[in-house]
Design a protein around this ligand. Structure first.
Ligand SMILES: [Zn+2]
Length: 650
């Protein structure tokens, strides 16, 4: 396999021009101390010591963050930057074109350049916990492959806070005394932990979570390498995970080991933050994942449903995304644009596998898997933007689609490569099963594609579409090039439902939400509006505000618009129930649904001619056909016997 070492396209001359002062001195690692002791005040600090020789040097902070697929480096928030050498402050100048770069001239005789910087952090920090993704504090010489820059990190946290990370701790200081550590543990009384030297590439891939209420739980202890889940929460009781959840996550480790036939990490840490006071997150890393959800999301099976694939999705990325990465999505440093054309593999296949492994592990039931698959398949099949834009174009455009708003989102399309990829890989899985009389499956492909080179430490091995096609052909001969081209590159007005149908089920619309849609709506609380997308063709909240109108749907025909607010329905003040009653009452009749709308500062009237009643997606079994979908969601390993707990409403 080609590895990244063969793929540097920066001419050596350019490297030498850009950073001579560092290159000549780079055997010694950069030392960075991240100080999170003021995290509750929304400030992180860093002290960075960079080995240098005299001359001009360009330093940079990360711009394109792996896994974000976007230029989200928080350069706006990096502040208080001061460079010093031998006790003297040095002037700096920002690059006029690349605003992430700082130019400094190192005086003669200086071997270490010191930088102090602060970062204003308003997300993923509370009074009780903090998350450090290193782009907030990293500073290193520009235009050098980040895998070639050694760095030794240390982290200071508030007294008494625990730390979770995949970094290897070597010591910590308590009141100035060094104490050796074997693993992440509670640190009481003081606060600095030193970690083994790594590279800037790996450090950026190794976030840290810290919090007052910290617990670390080992998972599937019989599996090598070791797996842990590290939890911090705003409330002490939330940081103690339920035995059933630990058992399900242990199943997840075993299922991933069986499905992917390899590991590409030395240890793996699920990092989990539970808070209602700050934002959520799901960001993959090679040896860990940064998962942030509301504080009660994993408190029971019903709440868990909405994020039941989060941990399995991010875990899968260690193989599909981190170890195997599309050539054009990988760049040798964080300044070059990451190109998204193969995100229907990186994210799409991960979306598929994350949901499948969640079902195999018991994080959700087989019935819940089908319910949620119905929701995403129906959403794609009712997204008219697919009439002008291919799935591949949503992947190429990934970096400009993430922040897109909801108005006419169905006509623009969003990051559809996730769910489109899920349907595509389900299609491929069921096709392999059909072609081989259910003797082979996508698992055989994963054993080839994800396990090349056997077990490794953290490593990036890039691929292109030709390799996917070759590996699929190794499982079963088929025209996989055309299979992928037809689903990815071309305009498809309908979603790819072939995998569901070959799997023995059919997407239908019923007059009641399926049990999982009901459970998710119930745990979302009263702010959630009714689902009128498949009936009237509007997304609406409980206050009557319309966020999107389905292109070509009944509400579009009645000229409704995003941003309007429904004040009254058939002469009654708007409520979720009033709207649902109006939809039900209009079924089979000719009288339209009468609306009074607030449009900006005006009041308007509209009549919607819609008479098909409520419509909600569900999968139903097609009897007499092979139920591959049930085979796909059956565990590959023997599940751990878990403590009894009431399952969510089926
Ligand atoms: Zn992902």
């Amino acid at each position: 396999m080609p590895s990244m070492t063969n793929r540097s396209f920066l001419p050596l001359a350019l490297l030498l021009l850009s950073a001579p002062a560092f290159l000549q001195a780079q055997q010694a690692p950069i030392r960075i101390t991240a100080d999170l002791s003021e995290a509750p005040r929304k400030l992180y600090h860093a002290e960075v010591d960079i080995p240098v020789k005299a001359g001009a040097i360009t330093l940079t902070t990360p711009k394109w963050i792996p896994g974000n697929h976007r230029p989200t480096g928080p350069v706006t928030e990096i502040t208080g930057v001061v460079f010093t050498a031998n006790g003297h402050t040095l002037p700096w100048r920002r690059d006029d074109v690349d605003l992430y770069e700082y130019h400094v001239t190192v005086p003669a005789g200086v071997t270490t350049l010191h930088a102090h910087l602060d970062c204003i952090v308003t997300s993923r920090v509370t009074q009780k916990l903090a998350v450090l993704e290193w782009e907030k504090l990293l500073l290193y010489p520009a235009n050098i492959p980040v895998k070639d820059i050694p760095i030794q990190p240390s982290v200071t946290v508030p007294a008494g806070w625990g730390i979770g990370t995949a970094l290897t701790p070597i010591s910590h200081e308590v009141g100035g005394i060094l104490n050796g550590l074997g693993n992440n543990i509670h640190i009481t009384g003081s606060n600095i932990t030193h970690y083994a030297a790594t590279t800037v590439e790996q450090l950026e891939d190794s976030p840290v979570i810290t919090g007052q209420y910290f617990h670390e739980f080992p998972l599937a202890p019989e599996v090598t390498p070791k797996h842990y889940i590290d939890v911090v929460a705003d409330e002490p009781e939330d940081s103690v995970l339920r035995p059933q959840l630990i058992a399900e996550l242990s199943n997840l480790v075993r299922e991933a080991t069986a499905a992917y036939a390899s590991h590409h990490y030395n240890t793996y840490h699920f990092l989990l933050t539970l808070s209602d006071a700050t934002d959520g997150e799901g960001l993959e890393h090679g040896q860990s994942s940064d998962n942030g959800v509301g504080e009660k999301i994993f408190s029971d099976q019903t709440h868990q449903l909405v994020d039941s694939d989060l941990l399995s999705h991010e875990f899968t990325h260690s193989w599909n995304g981190k170890y195997r990465r599309p050539y054009n999505l990988y760049q040798t440093d964080f300044e070059k644009m990451q190109q998204g054309s193969l995100l229907w593999v990186y994210e799409g296949m991960t979306q598929y596998l994350g949901n499948v492994l969640a079902a195999r592990s018991g994080l959700k039931s087989q019935a819940q898997y089908r319910d949620i698959l119905a929701l995403s398949a129906a959403a794609l099949d009712n997204r008219p933007g697919r009439e002008w834009r291919s799935t591949e174009d949503t992947a190429i455009s990934a970096s400009i689609l993430r922040e897109a708003g909801p108005a006419w989102a169905n006509w623009r399309r969003g990051q559809d490569y996730y769910q489109e990829g899920e349907l595509l890989w389900l299609d491929a899985d069921t096709l392999i099963r059909k072609l081989t009389d259910n003797k082979k499956s996508l698992t055989d492909f994963l054993h080839i594609f994800l396990a090349k080179g056997g077990n490794t430490g953290p490593l990036i091995v890039p691929y292109n579409r030709d390799e996917l096609i070759a590996d699929l052909n190794q499982v079963v001969k088929y025209d996989w090039a055309t299979f992928l081209h037809d689903r990815v590159d071309t305009i498809n007005p309908r979603a790819d439902l072939a995998g569901i149908e070959r799997g023995g089920y059919k997407l239908v619309y019923t007059d009641k939400p399926n049990p999982s849609e009901r459970a998710i709506a119930a745990s979302a609380g009263p702010r959630r509006g009714p689902n009128a997308w498949y009936s009237l063709g509007i997304r609406i909240n409980s206050q009557g505000v319309i966020s999107d109108v389905r292109w070509g749907g009944p509400a579009d025909n009645a000229k409704l618009a995003p941003g309007q607010k429904i004040i009254a329905v058939n002469g009654r003040i708007y409520s979720s129930d009033a709207l649902r009653t109006a939809i039900k009452d209009a079924k089979g009749k000719t009288e339209p649904i009468h609306l009074i709308l607030q449009s900006d500062t005006f009041v308007t009237l509209a009549d919607i001619n819609y008479h098909d009643g409520e419509r909600y997606p569900a999968l139903v079994r097609v009897e007499g056909t092979p139920a591959y979908l049930d085979d796909i969601t059956t565990p590959l390993t023997k599940p751990e016997v878990v403590p009894e707990e009431k399952k969510a409403d089926q």
